[in-house]
Design a protein around this ligand. Structure first.
Ligand SMILES: Cc1cc2nc3c(=O)[nH]c(=O)nc-3n(C[C@H](O)[C@H](O)[C@H](O)COP(=O)(O)O)c2cc1C
Length: 170
């Protein structure tokens, strides 16, 4: 099946999650394309049988390009299955609590099969000056907390769910 992954990332770590999800789905035999929501058109996803949307979390929300893209896409979904992921919480245990991300609008618009929150990466050297000030004020831990086995396992679960859909309709 053709699967599109559309992602919004400011400092690259969420884009790398999208790439890993894409690798797993491709390994399961799917035809996968990854789109940057900051530059892609929703029309590029028209031929996809399933769609995965993901964004980094900043200040409790998805990045603006992800919010705009998702709203536009929602008019063209036509019942196609959607999965969503967010990436942000930092540290061990990861903070803030993954449930604090406000993606209510995106959930209502796309009715995803699942919304998964993955831990993120925060490296001060990559941040802009204002972001660094916020990270310092919040005493955010620094590091790469992404759990690749969790991420790849989630992608394999999507592949299995799509197989089930396919065999039920075959
Ligand atoms: C200024 C700033 C604000 C952030 N706000 C949140 C937040 O509200 N919730 C959260 O879970 N993570 C937050 N994060 C952590 C980022 O989501 C995390 O670093 C993520 O992995 C960045 O993804 P990217 O590399 O794709 O941009 C924030 C990070 C920065 C620098």
């Amino acid at each position: 099946m053709r699967i599109s992954i559309a992602v919004a990332s400011k400092h690259g770590s969420t884009a790398e999650i999208a790439a890993a999800v894409g690798e797993e789905l491709a390994a399961s035999g799917h035809d996968v394309s990854v789109h940057d929501m900051a530059t892609a058109s929703v029309l590029e996803l028209d031929e996809s049988g399933a769609i995965i949307l993901g964004s980094a979390i900043y200040y409790g929300h998805w990045l603006l390009p992800a919010e705009v893209f998702t709203e536009d896409l929602s008019l063209r979904l036509d019942g196609r299955p959607v999965w969503m992921f967010s990436s942000g919480p930092i540290g061990a245990p990861a903070q803030p609590d993954p449930t604090t991300v406000d993606v209510e609008d995106q959930l209502v618009l796309t009715q995803p099969r699942e919304h998964k929150v993955f831990a993120g990466r925060l490296e001060r050297a990559r941040l802009h000056r204002g972001e660094r000030a916020v990270a310092t004020a919040l005493r955010s831990p620094e590091g790469d907390f992404r759990d690749w086995e969790e991420i790849r396992g989630w992608a394999r679960g999507i592949a299995r769910a799509l197989d089930d859909v396919h065999s039920a309709t075959a």
